[in-house]
Design a protein. Structure first.
Length: 246
């Protein structure tokens, strides 16, 4: 509103008499006073809306509702879309077998590394190095949220630059430091889904089951512990790639 009033006065000012100009200045002054008195009404439904949104989110992520979704998914797959899904499943099996041959995870397999800025930089740099060696898009480092919120871009950029740096001892001089091209995801819902209570933590999910291990140890070692139960050929190959033996 202030910008519009100022624009009108400046546009018409060239053709105003001194009295009219004084009147225009008076109008502007009054407009500023009126603008200072304006207050937006408080939304009395804010708390109610937030509570409803939280209840909806809790209900959706509850084990009971998720079980209903899984049951309905299986029913639709077997009773409604069976003719369309069977060829797709065969194709997915071929993709899975090819991925195993190439030493990578299949499309249904995911490895999530859960971490936060509380994890020491040295530990994160070791994890990032292992993920870079694996070179598999299904190995995903995950954070709950940004450092200090999304607005503190400098702190976020500095932190990510630090943990992605190939040589921790490198200092930008005449040559810039090299960084790993590893994508970090912000997925707070996964922290809830897998009940992550402390970090670092690793989850291996294969579409049917999920295996969780928490603790500060090498990523290859943590995955090896998981694979004692999961018994995944693809995961075994991934571990070899991290160790440079594949």
């Amino acid at each position: 509103m202030k910008s519009l009033v100022l624009f009108a006065v400046l546009t018409l000012g060239a053709g105003l008499t001194p009295a009219q100009a004084e009147e225009a200045r008076s109008i502007m002054a009054q407009a500023r006073k009126d603008a200072g008195k304006m207050t937006l009404p408080v939304n009395k439904y804010t708390e109610e809306g937030l509570q409803a949104a939280q209840e909806t989110s809790d209900h959706f992520h509850s084990p009971e509702f998720q079980e209903k979704i899984q049951c309905e998914t299986h029913r639709l797959a077997s009773e409604v879309f069976a003719d369309a899904i069977t060829p797709w499943q065969k194709k997915q099996q071929m993709v899975k077998e090819r991925a195993i041959e190439d030493g990578g995870l299949t499309g249904m397999e995911k490895v999530y590394l859960f971490f936060s800025s509380s994890v020491p930089d040295e530990t994160m740099q070791t994890y990032i190095s292992a993920i870079a060696k694996a070179s598999d898009p299904n190995v995903i480092p995950v954070m709950r949220g940004w450092l200090g919120g999304m607005t503190d871009t400098r702190a976020n950029a500095t932190y990510f630059s630090r943990i992605l740096q190939r040589d921790p001892a490198c200092r930008n001089t005449s040559e810039p430091c090299q960084h790993y091209q590893v994508e970090i995801s912000l997925l707070p819902a996964l922290f809830t889904k897998y009940t992550i209570t402390r970090v670092p933590a690793v989850v291996y999910a294969n579409g049917k089951d999920a295996y969780l291990i928490q603790g500060d140890a090498g990523l290859d070692y943590l995955l090896e512990r998981i694979n004692r139960e999961a018994k995944s050929t693809a995961l075994a190959n991934l571990i070899k790639k991290m160790r440079g033996a594949y």
